[in-house]
Design a protein around this ligand. Structure first.
Ligand SMILES: [Zn+2]
Length: 71
């Protein structure tokens, strides 16, 4: 019979309080020019306006549907 180790899973060193991470930094996505807001990121053609695509080195990728577009 294999013995189960007790207590190891419970006691973890370096407990960190959980923090809510924002989905993305709004200031990084929008650019304020005068009185108007300008979007920096592309929006997904499949998902529509509001779903932004992540910019990679050589491509744009939608995290929702997986649509990829080459730069
Ligand atoms: Zn999409």
């Amino acid at each position: 019979m294999a013995k189960k180790k007790k207590g190891k899973a419970k006691e973890r060193k370096g407990k960190k309080p959980k923090r809510k991470k924002p989905a993305y930094k709004i200031s990084a996505v929008y650019e304020v020019t005068g009185d108007t807001l300008k979007r920096k990121n592309k929006s997904c053609p499949k998902c529509g306006v509001g779903v932004f695509m992540a910019s990679h080195k050589d491509r744009w990728t939608c995290g929702k549907c997986g649509y990829t577009e080459k730069k």
